[in-house]
Design a protein around this ligand. Structure first.
Ligand SMILES: CC(C)(COP(=O)(O)OP(=O)(O)OC[C@H]1O[C@@H](n2cnc3c(N)ncnc32)[C@H](O)[C@@H]1OP(=O)(O)O)[C@@H](O)C(=O)NCCC(=O)NCCS
Length: 160
């Protein structure tokens, strides 16, 4: 396990990487004052960007495809008389369960929770919660079916 308070970006925060995690080339892990926790045996694909502002938790055995960006924060933009870069951030945090597969090039937005065993198709923008075992894709990502059904079909075919 690796634990550090340094993110290399001078904003502080906490990074906790459990045993057996694979972090591929070009990955940026930047807590921005929040925390990033990566569960055991998770895989982070090439050139992913993981931010931590409002907190990011990634469950064990989860796989995150190349070029995915996870941002647990949004700039405030309520006022037009003040630049957005000085308006307060909102930070809710992002929770990604265990054994989730996120395809390449996804964007995961603040406040989202992705349930255990979900599949997120390549190129998706996840702006709402995804249920456990949901198979979701698109912009915004929507569940198209459940892995519980694929399990049922698999079990039936084995019993024939
Ligand atoms: C989502 C995925 C897992 C397949 O799921 P699936 O439900 O079995 O998908 P299917 O191939 O049966 O396609 C179902 C429909 O969804 C569409 N679809 C599949 N993946 C899609 C995606 N990522 N975004 C938008 N639409 C997608 C298909 O075109 C098809 O549309 P149709 O019904 O109009 O023909 C796969 O398409 C995918 O995105 N894999 C990610 C691969 C990757 O990025 N790997 C990274 C390395 S780990």
């Amino acid at each position: 396990m690796l634990q550090t308070d340094s993110d290399g970006y001078s904003f502080g925060g906490r990074i906790l990487v459990s045993d057996g995690v694979v972090i591929s080339d070009g990955v940026i892990i930047a807590p921005y004052g929040g925390s990033i926790e990566i569960g055991a045996r998770a895989y982070i694909g090439p050139y992913c960007v993981l931010y931590g502002h409002g907190g990011l938790a990634i469950g064990r055995n989860t796989m995150i495809g190349a070029h995915t960006v996870i941002v647990p924060a949004n700039h405030g933009f309520a006022r037009i008389d003040v630049p957005m870069n000085v308006q307060p951030l909102t930070q809710k945090g992002i929770h990604i369960g265990e054994d989730v597969w996120i395809g390449a090039g996804c964007k995961i937005l603040d406040g989202v929770s992705i349930g255990k065993g979900a599949v997120i198709g390549a190129g998706s923008v996840v702006s709402q919660d995804i249920d456990a075992y949901g198979i979701a894709h698109g912009v915004p990502a929507a569940i198209v079916r459940s892995r519980e059904k694929t399990q049922e079909d698999y079990s039936l075919s084995r019993n024939r």
